[in-house]
Design a protein around this ligand. Sequence first.
Ligand code: ADP
Length: 325
Amino acid sequence: MIIKKLGVMTSGGDAPGMNAAIRSVVRAATHHELECLGIRLGYQGLIENDLLELGARDVKNIINRGGTFLKTARSKEFKTAQGRKKAYENLKKHQIDALIIIGGDGSFTGARVFGSEYDIPVVGIPGTIDNDIYGTDFTVGYDTALNTVIEAIDKIRDTATSHNRLFFVEVMGRDAGFIALNSGIATGALDILIPEKDYNLDQLFTSIERGNKEGKSSSIIVVAEGEKLGGVYDLAKATGMKYPDYDIRVSILGHVQRGGNPSCYDRVLASRLGVAAVESIIKGKRDIMVGIRGNKIIFTLFEEAIRKKNEINEDLIKIADIIAV
Ligand code: ADP
C-alpha cells in the first residue's frame, strides 16, 4: 500500500510535548513528501469531520508550548460501531491512508479496535504525564510533569520548614506511582505512597517516628492519587489523631501538573517519536506504538502495549527508603 496522506490527532488526556510530537509528524511527513491533515479533538473530531491541512509552516512556534493546539477529547461515540463507521467514512472522504494517534492506552485501545474493523494503518505515540504505558521507558509529558511537581514540592518544603509542619502532598497517578516515586525521591520525601505498593497506616507512622527520632522538624509525604489507604485527607486525619501535637497540612497539586512548556527531554523525545511514527508507516508497519527503550526507538504491538503494564522500578522504592532520613 502506497501512503500519500497522513492524519494526525491527539486523543485522551493532554500532556506537555503533544505539540512537539504533532510538529515532528508534520515535518517528517513533509520531508518524505506526504500530505498531512490534522484532526481536531481526537476521535470525536474525526467523527465530526473537523480536519485541517497542515504544512511544515503551520506547526511553527509550537515546540515550546504546552497542551495541544489540535485539542484533545474523550469520545463516547467512537466506542460505538456507528461512531467508528462515521470516522472511517471521513477518513475516506479526505483520502487519508494512515493515522497517527498521540495519546494514552485508552486511545490505543480505540486505535486497535478501529484497525481491526477497517483497513487503515494506525501508529501510536505515547503521550501522557503518567508514564504508565508498556513499550516505552518514557512517555511524552512525563518529564515535564515531574519537573513541575518537584518545583511545587520544593516550594511547599520552604513553608513546611518555616513552620515545622508535616505536609501530605497529592500528585497525579490514578493507576501508576511513577510521578510520586520519582518526585518523592527528588524532593527528599519522608515517605511515598503509590498504588503499586501495599501499605498500612502503621508503616506510615513508623516512617514519621523514624523521621522524628532523627530530628526532622518538617516533612513531606508524597501520595499518588491512586494510593489505596483512602486519600490524602483521610491520611492527614488519621495522622492527626495519632499525633495531636503535629501541625499537619494537605496540598493537592492538581491540574498544574498537566500544563507548562515541555522540558528539553520531552521536546526531543516527542521529535524522535514523531519521525519514527511517520517512517514506520512508510515502511508498512501498523497496529504498533513507537517508544523508546535504552535510548533506542522500539515498536510494540498495540495489543501488547495495552495488555502489559509498565513496572515500577523496585530499586527506586528501596532507594527512597534508604535516603528518607
Ligand atoms: P487516554 O488515551 O489518555 O488513555 P481515554 O482512556 O479517555 O484516554 O481514551 C481516549 C479515547 O479512546 C476514548 O474517549 C474513546 O474515544 C477511545 N477508546 C477508548 N477505549 C475504547 C474502546 N474500547 N473502543 C473504542 N474506542 C475507545
